[in-house]
Write a protein that binds this ligand. Structure first.
Ligand code: ATP
Ligand code: MG
Length: 576
């Protein structure tokens, strides 16, 4: 197949079953005006990483086939939806890098058309007004193993139904007293086809239609018809809608449908150590387990953005995950590795000591400051270099010193020599302890001829440590974030327990008195740096103040010494 209609924009063949289906439809002339998809969020919460996947799929497929993607707010439920979420969702989609242009729709913008389709069904004898209560309706519905029973109101005449439905709309009846139901089959094996409710009475204010309506369409009734009204050709959705498809197809077959979208389902994204349920995320926020929707530990796009995630990393992750027909959990590491790859390319390097230990370079002139050139980003020459001040007293990481060091510990220990990054070789001559025996200072000497890393005698050191001048350090607290949940599948809880029980009590650690390179004082809120050998850190756009950036860790570097040791210990437990 070489026609431009069947291949995607980039000339590559289809990469997954969705693209295969779309390519086939195009080849068969089933979408003569091009591919149209849609992303249909319900504005009852903030977008999360799972939505990011749906957005990448919906906008991605449209882009690949030269089509368009609509943004449609599925705002059929007036009581749970708020305008605040609408704005936030639009902002988050743009941030992720997608644009719907003029193609913005609201299900509520189609309320009149949906009403018209319902009247059409009534006229065809395919819908009826039912007076059963919500509870009775449930009882009559039957179960998976038992067929349902016909409602006593099922055989109302078309005239009576038309009259009652008009009066429902006119506000004559109280909430919950009547519904409009499709007349399909109360014995259908698929429960969705057992005379589903299309409209319920709800005297509630809607964020867009105000008090115009006191009957509201059910999601199932609105969804497919909105797709058809918008001219959506491919309605891509998650697997839980698979057994709703026969119902959507029934609706479209029985109304004068403006177009017939094709629904194709794909698996939801779940990432371990976190949750992707809006309802549960809402509880985390409302019950105060996190600081808000934008808490940097939240899997929401706002939280991830504040954490320091880049849209590029999230998109690359969604691309890697791909689309499948099976719900599966993806390891958080996959997401984090995409972030590391992206930040490695773009983040400037700085030196920062999180758990400081003082080093006095005894042969370095007192009161003197020597400026040392430091490379900003070895991955990007255009990032240039900066100067960092070196003085007689510097801070190094407590972890970088061991009084009794194993042979392969290539850092500082009594009598051993290392290089200070961008500066000299230093040798540890003396360990100073306080009364309790804790190491409080190292006294070292430096080799003034080792400034370029190659002393005249050619001796080499394996360890290169980051450091910060004690005199010039910018002292600050730094937050370390870890997984919000302590277990890979937080939703899986024993009877009677709550998913809150699985929260990680150590998901936030505040380190006080960290010593940062002085240039970090001017960090712009929202910027990310690699603190060399420590991780990627983000100047929190919410908590930073002018001249006082508040840093938190976005993601660690791949391997820390502690992790390597832990892994080695686990691999060879007998050696301990
Ligand atoms: P709700 O239970 O409130 O409907 P939802 O997560 O389905 O929650 P929607 O606002 O309806 O939220 O979702 C918008 C779109 O995003 C839907 O098409 C839905 O299928 C998709 N989506 C939601 N969660 C995920 C997920 N974890 N992975 C992939 N797609 C998702
Ligand atoms: Mg949904």
């Amino acid at each position: 197949m070489t026609t431009s209609e069947t291949t995607s924009e980039d000339g590559e063949g289809p990469r997954n079953f969705l693209e295969v289906a779309v390519a086939e439809d195009l080849a068969a002339g089933r979408a003569p005006n091009g591919v149209v998809t849609r992303f249909p969020p319900e504005p009852n919460g903030y977008l999360h990483v799972g939505h990011a996947k749906a957005i990448c799929v919906d906008f991605g497929i449209a882009a690949r086939f030269g089509g368009a993607c609509n943004l449609r707010f599925d705002d059929t439920n007036p009581t749970k939806e708020e305008a605040e979420y609408v704005e936030a969702i639009m902002e988050d989609i743009r941030w992720l890098g997608f644009d719907w242009g003029e193609r913005l729709y609201y299900a509520s913008g189609f309320f009149e058309e949906l009403y018209g389709f319902a009247v059409e069904l009534i006229e065809k004898g395919l819908a009826y007004v039912c007076d059963l209560s919500a509870e009775e309706t449930r009882e009559y519905r039957g179960t998976v193993t038992e067929p349902g029973r016909d409602s006593p109101y099922r055989e109302r005449s078309v005239e009576e139904n038309l009259d009652l439905f008009a009066r429902m709309r006119a506000g004559e009846f109280p909430d919950g007293t009547r519904t409009l139901r499709a007349k399909i089959d109360m014995a259908a094996p698929n429960l969705n086809l057992r005379d589903p409710v299309l409209y319920r009475i709800l005297h509630a204010h809607h964020h867009r239609t105000g008090d115009d309506w006191c009957i509201y369409p059910m999601y199932d009734w609105a969804h497919g018809q909105c797709d058809a009204l918008e001219g959506v050709t491919h309605s891509l959705c998650t697997l839980e809608f698979e057994n709703h498809r026969p119902l959507y197809d029934w609706f479209l077959a029985n109304i004068t449908a403006p177009s017939t979208p094709r629904q194709i389902e794909f698996a939801r994204l779940a990432v371990n150590f976190t949750i992707t349920s809006k309802r549960k995320l809402l509880r985390l926020v409302e019950e105060g387990h996190v600081g808000g929707w934008d808490d940097p530990r939240m899997p929401t796009l706002r939280g991830m953005r504040r954490r320091g995630y880049t849209p590029e990393a999230i998109r690359a992750f969604c691309d890697t995950v791909g689309v499948t027909k099976f719900n599966a959990r993806i390891d958080m590491v996959v997401l984090e590795n995409h972030l590391r790859d992206d930040l490695n390319r773009r983040a400037e390097r700085r030196m920062a000591v999180l758990r400081p230990l003082k080093v006095v370079i005894t042969n370095f002139p007192e009161g003197e400051t020597e400026m040392r050139a430091a490379v900003n980003n070895p991955e990007d020459e255009s990032a240039g270099s900066r100067e960092v001040p070196l003085t007689r007293e510097v801070w190094i990481e407590r972890d970088d010193f061991r009084e009794e060091a194993p042979r392969k510990f290539f850092r500082l220990a009594p009598g051993r020599e290392v290089r200070l990054r961008y500066a000299y070789y230093v040798k540890c001559d003396e360990v100073v302890k306080d009364a309790s025996g804790e190491v409080v200072e190292l006294r070292c000497t430096y080799d003034p001829e080792s400034g370029d890393g190659t002393p005249p005698d050619g001796r080499k050191v394996k360890g290169i440590l980051h450091w910060v001048s004690a005199e010039h350090a910018f002292e600050a607290d730094v937050k370390l974030y870890d997984h919000l949940f302590a277990v890979p599948e937080p939703e899986v809880v024993p009877e009677g327990a709550d998913f809150f029980d699985n929260m990680n009590p150590g998901s936030l650690e505040v380190l006080t008195g960290c010593k940062l390179e002085p240039s970090l004082r001017d960090a712009v809120p929202g910027s990310t740096y690699q603190f060399e050998r420590v991780g990627y850190f983000h100047a929190d756009p919410v908590e930073s103040k002018p001249g006082a950036p508040a840093f938190h860790r976005t993601v660690s570097l791949r391997d820390t010494w502690a992790k390597i040791e832990k892994r080695q210990a686990a691999a060879a437990p007998t050696k301990r």
